[in-house]
Design a protein around this ligand. Structure first.
Ligand SMILES: *Cc1c(COP(=O)(O)O)cnc(C)c1O
Length: 388
């Protein structure tokens, strides 16, 4: 028998739990998107979002899912036949690579085992070999949501600089922005891609491109076809707080409130909270005697954890039991990890007791599914949470 009542636990790594105040902000009447009241909203969110990216430059906001912002990053900066360097860190990196190929780019895809991030050493090696500078962009997924592995973007930047290579650096931060420390300007990122429904605590429907000066210059000669995604008319309209098309007004109300929440807590405190929750989750996984998918402790993700299920068990069955018995959604194994891992999202609007409840549900579900675990594993997480 299942028990209803209380709140659903949405512990997939995006969409994440939307704070009540964000939902309330979004429930206001939609306004004239060409009127003066809108301009105020537009300017507030266009300026207000910059510190979250760690940039002083422009950030374009699209009424689209993150996938749209991937496309925008490519079509605004590159030309047909351009070479781009991509890394098989997991499902999302593979999808981005497929998109680049579909758009007519020439992709060098460095194979990976889905347990490691982008190797700065391999970046240096590939770029040093490219003496003719035919590689025009390096694409990196900061936080691989399919694996729970966070690539070291600052080290990738250093590798590009060490090779003295002019390639653009394009980074997907869809599941890290607003939950894991990120610095667009300081790390010399040229286009940062982000989405609304993960660390930013909003429903799906908005996505972002933070744009460096170098990317903006590249966009003036980039020849991939584009219209809706074209930065130029958007940036021109944004100067007065407007958009060249009907923006997602109510999501922008939500964004304004989400930015207020992030600022009230303080970005450093937000990042520290996510680090704690990542540590507590891994403490439980180790306590259960199970293994985290991420194989390099320098690359543990603070926004989600992918857990390998022992041979002979189906991760999707475990998730189904947990959904049925405890009304909690966990992330599925994606692509070639299907059935082999499940993922716990611990990002966005989330606190210690929500994590404790989440991990209790996972522990009970594993036991009900017949997975042999140490049932004191949860205590290790609680120990972590009760210390500061
Ligand atoms: C969620 C996600 C995407 C896809 O974003 P959509 O909003 O579903 O289009 C891409 N990359 C990463 C790293 C993600 O986490």
């Amino acid at each position: 028998m299942s028990y209803a009542g209380g709140r659903h636990f949405l512990q997939i790594p995006g969409p994440t739990n939307v704070p009540d105040s964000v939902l309330r902000a979004m429930s206001a009447q939609t306004i004239d998107h060409r009127g003066p009241e809108f301009a105020e909203l537009g300017r507030a969110v266009l300026d207000g979002v910059k510190p979250v990216f760690g940039t002083q430059g422009p950030v374009v906001i699209y009424p689209a899912s993150g996938t749209g912002a991937w496309e925008a990053a490519l079509v605004n900066t590159l030309s047909p036949g351009d070479r781009v360097l991509c890394f098989e860190t997991g499902h999302f990196a593979s999808l981005w690579q497929e998109m680049a190929t579909a758009l007519g780019l020439e992709v060098d895809f460095v194979p990976g085992d889905w347990r490691h991030g982008v190797s700065p050493e391999v970046v240096a090696e590939r770029l040093e070999q490219d003496t003719g500078h035919t590689i025009k962009a390096v694409c990196v997924v900061h936080n691989e949501t399919s694996t729970g592995v966070t690539s070291r973007v600052a080290e990738v930047r250093a590798a590009i600089d060490a090779a003295a290579h002019p390639a653009l650096l394009l980074v997907d931060t869809i599941s890290s922005l607003g939950s894991i420390d990120y610095r667009h300007d300081e790390w010399g990122v040229d286009v940062t891609v982000a989405g609304s429904q993960k660390g930013l605590m909003l429903p799906p429907g908005l996505s972002f491109n933070a744009i460096s000066e170098k990317a903006l210059n590249a966009s003036r000669s980039a020849r991939l076809p584009k219209s809706f995604w074209n930065w130029q008319p958007i940036l021109a309209a944004n100067e007065r707080g407007f958009f060249p098309y009907t923006p997602a007004t109510n999501l922008l109300y939500g964004l304004r409130e989400a930015l207020r929440l992030l600022n009230a807590e303080g970005l450093d405190a937000v990042f520290a909270r996510h680090i704690r929750h990542g540590e507590a989750t891994r403490a439980a996984v180790n306590g259960w005697g199970l293994e985290v998918l991420c194989a390099d402790e320098r690359e543990y993700s603070s926004s989600l954890t992918a857990i390998m299920v022992p041979e002979g068990h189906d991760a999707d069955k475990i998730r189904a039991i947990i959904l049925d018995r405890f009304d909690m959604s966990l992330g599925a194994g994606l692509g070639k990890l299907s059935g082999r891992v499940f993922r716990i999202g611990h990002l966005g609007s989330f606190n210690d007791l929500m994590l404790a409840g989440t991990l209790a549900g996972v522990q009970m579900g594993l036991t009900l599914a017949g997975v042999r675990i140490d049932p004191t594993g949860l205590n290790a997480a609680l120990d972590r949470l009760q210390s500061l």
